[in-house]
Design a protein around this ligand. Structure first.
Ligand code: SAM
Length: 358
């Protein structure tokens, strides 16, 4: 197993069979020593490119309306038990402003797939944030759109786009989503976003229903080929009103192993230790950082709406103010020897070059 980890560390390609073999050994309970070896290698790689820095993204969850019915998700259209909300453009700008003063240089605007805000309104919002704070990166995470729309938002100033592909295996995708949602379209969106020039984030849930080690190996091969700038992964966590309410959650160990393998597979990637990871384990985000993650995404939404953006049960940090969240994370990150920084936190190659042809 050590040889395969070393192979990845040297940036040598692993085959699907090798990934499956490695995953099956690493996720066995008696293998903590091997997992620690993997995490140590992952840390060495992340520190080569990002030193001890941990970048922050201020997440503004501005609408929990969604037209889709993903079987795993708490804000799916058919869930009648969600109190729906939308923030106004003024409220969103106020959150971004507060974030700036707290030290965030990236804001992420995320929502369900909500077409209430039209293309132009979203573009105006992006432009307004950039006008307010020119040194802030704007990330969008609004789901699937057509390429001209993505292009328009990019032209308005959006820098990055997060769109988890959810699974790289079409048959698995079809088990997680109703027939109206297309695997091919979601992947095409990622390709379009890359072509336009966004820093692109893909990703998937670890331990989602029906997921096998073969699927996980396919994730790593897919990511290697796509070469996204960011990869958002977190454990699947059951949501009580969803069709997957009775399925088991993804595990801490499996998620940490995947974080570390992604770090070795894509050495320069921006890799969040997600809120979902902090939800399944009180030290989940710290452990994620120690497994090779280099980003955290605390919430900047107004405290009054946070509980309503329940993608899964028992989500943490829904009762706190933004300043509290930032302070709490700073302490947590410092406790494991890393440092929360006030920087845009671009992909390392792009940070040294100029962006947008400047
Ligand atoms: N609508 C946008 C989209 O489709 O990309 C962004 C919002 S969507 C709710 C954000 C992510 O939440 C999804 O990509 C999914 O991976 C994650 N998510 C949803 N339900 C989850 C669950 N039960 N457990 C863990 N993650 C979940």
């Amino acid at each position: 197993m050590k040889e395969q980890i070393d192979k990845l560390y040297r940036n040598t390609f692993l085959t699907k069979e090798e990934y499956i073999d490695l995953l099956s050994k690493l996720t066995q309970t008696g293998q903590q020593g091997q997992r620690d070896y993997l995490y140590q290698k992952a840390r060495t790689v992340r520190e080569k490119y990002y030193q001890k820095k941990v970048y922050t993204r201020g997440l503004i969850e501005f609408s929990n309306y969604c037209k889709n019915n993903c079987y795993y998700c708490g804000i799916r259209a058919e869930n009648q038990n969600v109190e729906r909300y939308r923030l106004t453009p003024e409220e969103i700008l106020a959150c971004a402003d507060e974030g700036y003063h707290l030290g965030f240089r990236t804001v992420v605007l995320q929502s369900g797939e909500d077409f209430f805000y039209d293309t132009k309104q979203i573009g105006n919002l992006v432009a307004a944030i950039k006008k307010q704070h020119a040194d802030t990166a704007v990330t969008l995470s609004l789901g699937e759109r057509e390429k001209p729309v993505y292009q328009y938002w990019y032209d308005c100033g959006a820098d990055r786009y997060l769109l988890r592909h959810e699974t790289a295996t079409k048959t698995h995708y079809q088990k997680l989503h109703p027939s109206g949602l297309s695997f091919e379209h979601r992947i095409q969106c990622l390709l379009d976003l890359k072509e336009i020039g966004y820093q692109v984030g893909a990703g998937f849930m670890v331990g989602s229903p029906f997921q096998t080690l073969e699927h996980l190996a396919a994730e790593l091969l897919f990511l290697k080929k796509l070469e996204p700038h960011m990869v958002g992964i977190g454990p699947f966590i059951a949501q009580k009103d969803s069709p997957f309410a009775a399925y088991p959650n993804g595990t801490l160990d499996q998620t940490l192993v995947l974080l570390a393998l992604i770090r070795l597979t894509l050495p320069k990637v921006l890799l969040p230790a997600t809120t979902a990871l902090g939800t399944i384990d009180p030290q989940g985000r710290e452990k994620g950082i120690l497994a090779g993650a280099n980003v955290v995404m605390p919430n900047l939404s107004p405290a009054a709406v946070r509980k309503k953006y329940q993608l899964y049960d028992n989500k943490i940090c829904t009762g706190e103010e933004s300043a509290q969240c930032r302070g709490c994370l700073e302490t947590r990150i410092r406790s494991v020897g890393y440092e929360l920084v006030t920087e845009r936190g671009d992909y390392v190659d792009l940070a040294v070059c100029t962006k947008r042809g400047e």
